[in-house]
Design a protein around this ligand. Structure first.
Ligand code: MN
Length: 199
């Protein structure tokens, strides 16, 4: 199967002024689209063409000889998930839900979750992601390097891309300011609610 580019659920300028149209254009139409093209080129004519994206990621992640396929497949998945972790109507308080009650139980408050999320995202050394996951009945934060993700290990609720390509045009070296803007204005709590309810 040839994978197709995930269609953004909003316009490329919809996240302004926190993420510019220019950043979204390069991030989505260049970075994400290139991972997708690389993946399709790499699996062409192999058994992996019959696999789903998730199956390709899990089948290749432990094998150094398959690293290029893993990296590109995982980056396609991570970006598709990331676009949904953001929303023009995001940020603010978490809508009343079991998820919100779990946040208060496990982090003390929504504000504290945001503070901890910011710490994890800011302190990831080099490229990678910050993740909100659900493990053993508890909400947790973690980070990963490069293309890695917790797929197949934990229920994933949200991610934030902390590769420089996600923010450098708008924030240069100030990753913390970018993360703060996401958590204040864009983070899509409804996506987390949907992910915890429909796993
Ligand atoms: Mn990215």
């Amino acid at each position: 199967m040839t994978f197709e580019l995930y269609k953004l659920p909003y316009e490329e300028n919809a996240l302004e002024p926190y993420i510019s149209q220019k950043t979204l254009f390069y991030h989505y139409e260049k970075h994400h689209a290139t991972y997708l093209k690389n993946l399709n080129d790499l699996i062409k004519g192999t058994d992996l063409e019959k696999y789903t994206l998730e199956e390709i990621i899990l089948a290749t992640e432990k094998y150094p000889s398959q690293q290029a396929i893993y990296n590109n497949a995982s980056q396609v998945w991570n970006h598709t998930f990331y676009w949904q972790s953001l929303s023009p109507n995001g940020g603010g308080d978490i809508p009343d839900s079991d998820f919100k009650r779990m946040v208060i139980r496990d982090f003390g408050s929504v504000e504290n979750l945001k503070n901890e999320f910011k710490k994890v995202a800011t302190s990831q050394f080099g490229s990678g992601y910050a993740w909100l996951i659900f493990d053993n009945g508890k909400l947790k934060l973690m980070s990963s390097s490069n293309a890695q993700s917790p797929l197949g290990k934990y229920r994933i609720l949200l991610n934030i891309d902390v590769w420089e390509h996600a923010y450098y045009l708008d924030y240069q070296n100030k990753r913390a300011d970018h993360i703060e803007a996401i958590l204040t204005h864009l983070i899509n709590w409804n996506f987390a609610i949907q992910n915890i309810e429909n796993f």
